[in-house]
Design a protein around this ligand. Structure first.
Ligand code: ADP
Ligand code: MG
Length: 258
């Protein structure tokens, strides 16, 4: 029986493209025939609304699973894509950092929640919040690997030290198997020297972990969520769609090398 590989999309910086990557990479993988679950563990619920779900009208959310042990079958939703499901989130989750702090096994609750459904998917991607709190620790503890989006901007590597030490901390204690899946350059503009220079810096730090595929700055990627759509529904011929489809291929290619 195969079990899903679980991947956290993590960078404690906000606005680097975690949610955009989570939505569009999971959609691309489902189009390619893989069974995928997107887990939204950010109280902002941007992945949830990005898939066209009215997050404030949710009957049940990840909060109920994480805090109240709700059966996931009553929480997971279908999406507009075959083979792609969503574990949704909303603002209910905002107080959970504090609730979790008082609970037993507070760092491993997500791992326990996901365990019974691993057999139904090939990949589970977790869209992390922009913080290093208990929700992020739960995501990292439940994951086999971490995909790190980095925005092509000044100070791109700022905060990376902290990011790496958080992963190391989890690896030393709660989850020895965790590794870096890959590093994705986002909002790339090949016309600027800055972008080229930033990619160089990131490559000298993360070496071959950096994906060949870079996600261009593309207005269609920014607009699609306001229609409750991924790029493949909203602008399937855009540069953004082509890039995320390529990333899915590169991601799978690396899987086969291992
Ligand atoms: P995070 O989840 O890390 O906070 P988001 O994916 O929400 O980041 O991206 C931050 C903002 O930038 C959003 O408004 C998003 O639509 C926009 N954005 C993300 N990636 C791109 C891109 N490649 N090109 C243009 N805009 C982008
Ligand atoms: Mg986000």
């Amino acid at each position: 029986m195969s079990r899903a590989k679980v991947i956290s999309i993590f960078n404690q910086k906000g606005g680097v493209g975690k949610t955009t990557t989570c939505m569009n990479l999971t959609a691309a993988l489902s189009i390619d025939g893989y069974r995928v679950l997107t887990v939204d563990i950010d109280p902002q619920g941007n992945t949830t609304s990005g898939f066209g779900i009215e997050k404030n009208d949710l009957d049940k959310s990840i909060y109920d699973a994480l805090i109240n042990g709700q059966d996931l079958r009553e929480v997971i939703l279908t999406t507009g894509f075959d083979r792609l499901n969503l574990l949704p989130s909303n603002i209910d989750l905002a107080g959970s950092e504090i609730e979790l702090a008082h609970m037993s096994q507070r760092e491993t609750r997500l791992r326990k929640v996901l365990d019974p459904i691993l057999e139904y998917y090939d990949y589970i991607f977790i869209d992390c919040p922009p913080s290093l709190g208990l929700l992020t620790i739960n995501a990292l503890t439940a994951s086999d690997s971490v995909l790190i989006p980095i925005q092509c901007e000044y100070y791109a590597l700022e905060g990376v030290g902290q990011l790496i030490s958080t992963i190391s901390l989890v690896k030393k204690g709660l989850n020895p198997k965790i590794e870096i899946e890959g590093v994705l350059m986002t909002m790339y503009d090949s016309r600027t020297n800055l972008a080229v220079q930033v990619v160089g810096e990131v490559k000298s730090y993360f070496k071959e972990k950096v994906y060949r595929t870079k996600i261009p700055r593309n207005i269609r990627l920014a607009e699609a969520p306001s229609f409750g759509e991924t790029i493949f529904e909203n602008a399937p011929n855009s540069k953004g769609a082509i890039a995320y489809a390529e990333l899915a291929k590169e991601f799978i290619g690396r899987e086969h090398v291992k």
